[in-house]
Design a protein around this ligand. Structure first.
Ligand SMILES: [Ca+2]
Ligand SMILES: [Ca+2]
Length: 101
């Protein structure tokens, strides 16, 4: 079972959100793919497959920092966070969606 429950939405550091520790023990990454889903020439979406599941990180505004992050577990559960950077530079995540595929 994937430990997405281990994600504390309040303390996701934006700089590290692209490589979350999904199982708490250091999931090994099998593949990383980048996509330009909206076709503007900027590859804003990073998809990583690990032994814990698949994560999708999207940098919507192209500033190099992930804005939206979704984790899909092997059990079919998914959760999406929106990442904010506060004035003091600290990233913060807020869960905006979750469910089962
Ligand atoms: Ca794009
Ligand atoms: Ca961004």
């Amino acid at each position: 079972m994937i430990a997405v429950d281990g994600f504390a939405a309040g303390d996701l550091p934006a700089d590290e959100v692209a490589e979350p520790d999904l199982d708490g023990g250091g999931a090994s990454t099998f593949s990383t793919d980048v996509f330009d889903l909206d076709g503007d020439g900027h590859y804003e979406t990073t998809v990583r497959a690990t032994d814990a599941g698949i994560t999708v990180a999207t940098d919507i505004d192209g500033d190099g920092v992930t804005d939206k992050f979704t984790a899909f577990g092997r059990d079919g559960q998914y959760r999406t966070w929106e990442i904010f950077r506060e004035a003091n530079g600290i990233g913060r995540g807020e869960m905006i969606e979750f469910g089962e595929l």
